[in-house]
Design a protein around this ligand. Structure first.
Ligand code: FES
Length: 87
């Protein structure tokens, strides 16, 4: 089980505990932490978040990401992580 520390995403700052078998987007939705998204398939880039600490694994994505950026719809935690909105 991993901890996702949500750092001020749409006004929410809290810790979620997840198994790491679903996307970060899905986990956030399950906990009513709402972020922008559209395609859910790694194509549109609307779900980009900033990874502040920890590691994730990405499924295939077409969106170029800068250092520290993750796609919430295609990323799953492999350690405890801390995430925030993109600057
Ligand atoms: S929702 Fe489109 S890339 Fe994540």
């Amino acid at each position: 089980m991993f901890r996702i520390e949500v750092d001020d995403i749409n006004g929410r700052t809290e810790s979620l505990y997840v198994y790491g078998d679903r996307s970060i987007l899905t986990e956030l939705e399950q906990h009513n932490v709402l972020i922008n998204h559209s395609c859910r398939q790694g194509h549109c880039g609307s779900c980009i978040l900033q990874l502040l600490s920890g590691d994730v694994i990405h499924q295939d994505t077409l969106v170029p990401l800068s250092q520290g950026e993750i796609l919430a719809c295609r990323a799953m935690p492999v350690t405890d992580i801390k995430i925030s909105s993109r600057d």
